[in-house]
Design a protein around this ligand. Structure first.
Ligand SMILES: Nc1ncnc2c1ncn2[C@@H]1O[C@H](COP(=O)(O)OP(=O)(O)OP(=O)(O)O)[C@@H](O)[C@H]1O
Length: 302
């Protein structure tokens, strides 16, 4: 019985042929169709692929110019409130008030979001704890690190206990430690939620995403598990060491997914259907290799 209750309550996002054309005629998203349930969906694509445009449509800030977005069976254009009630959103540009403390800021946003006043103090405290900020709650935001401010951003997105959490390029500007903490936090928060995490950085998704949607030039190129993306690149990744002076020529001739300075030169990883050099040795694909391989097959820049 418990199982069927969870199934019934499981969030479902469905996009059917979704497109968005800006007023200047630029088609930023086109023909986007996918269905996604709880978990972390990594929305991955190069700069300009259309990720933020997609995120804004899903956050009901802009309406699709084509197609339909359906959240738990409700059409988001006709009934946007169904999704808005379930939504937490951390936009790419998230502004805070430097003079306020994290707690004051969250109280302010709870009021803006119309949370019941009597429950606010407890909810704010709970959200501060969820993001690990209880110790810094009364510090002015001006004195917080970038990573702490991003966690305040997540805390505000969690105020209404959302079933759909949208975070757009959340790790930009964070140092490696802060990035790691932030990824762990999102993994902890997923549970029965659907978390949409947009990024152009593959390593943001490596350990956390349960599904990937890769987009380029507004189109959905791939929607499946990270393992499925990896399996596409098996036998397509090659590695060997070249003199550092050859790197530029190798980059021009091949798709380089990684390069590593070594004492004897530069170790390059290339994605290609066949061995690109007699010295090349087949290597196990990483998610980065698989992403570069996918983009290379589309003729994009990656
Ligand atoms: N207001 C606008 N009017 C016209 N074109 C726009 C507008 N905003 C974005 N675009 C264009 O739409 C495309 C998709 O932009 P979008 O910001 O959604 O991409 P993105 O994948 O989020 O990239 P980034 O990571 O650089 O933000 C880009 O070519 C961009 O130049």
């Amino acid at each position: 019985m418990k199982h069927s209750t969870v199934e019934l309550g499981a969030p479902t996002l469905h996009m059917e042929n979704v497109g968005f054309r800006y007023r200047n005629g630029h088609q930023a998203v086109q023909g986007f169709t996918l269905t996604q349930r709880a978990g972390i969906l990594g929305v991955l694509g190069p700069n300009g692929a259309g990720k933020s445009t997609l995120m804004r449509m899903l956050a009901t800030l802009t309406r699709p110019t084509e197609g339909a977005i359906v959240w738990n069976g409700a059409d988001c254009v006709r009934e946007p409130d169904a999704l808005r009630r379930s939504l937490g959103y951390l936009p790419q540009e998230f502004g805070t008030y430097p003079a306020l403390t994290a707690r004051e800021f969250l109280h302010y946003l709870a009021a803006v979001k119309g949370l019941p006043h009597a429950a606010t103090a407890q909810r704010v405290q709970h959200c501060l704890e969820l993001v690990g900020l209880e110790g810094a709650a009364d510090k002015r935001l001006a004195d917080c690190s970038g990573g702490m401010r991003q966690r305040v951003g997540i805390a505000q997105a969690l105020l209404n206990d959302p079933q759909l959490l949208i975070v757009d390029e959340p790790t930009v500007g964070l140092d490696p430690d802060e990035r790691q903490r932030f990824r762990n936090l999102l993994t902890d928060l997923a549970g029965q939620r659907l978390v949409l995490l947009s990024t152009h950085i593959v390593s943001d998704l490596e350990a956390s995403a349960t599904a990937l949607a890769v987009m380029e030039q507004g189109r959905l190129l791939f929607h499946d598990t990270p393992q499925a993306l990896l399996s596409q690149a098996v036998g397509k990744v090659w590695q060997w060491t070249i003199p550092a002076t050859d790197l530029s020529a190798v980059r021009t001739a091949h798709r380089v997914s990684a390069s590593l300075l070594r004492p004897g030169g530069v170790q390059v990883r290339i994605v290609a259907a066949t061995a690109p050099s007699p010295d090349a040795v087949a290597a196990e694909p990483t998610l980065e290799d698989a992403y570069v391989w996918l983009l290379s097959r589309q003729g994009g820049r990656g």
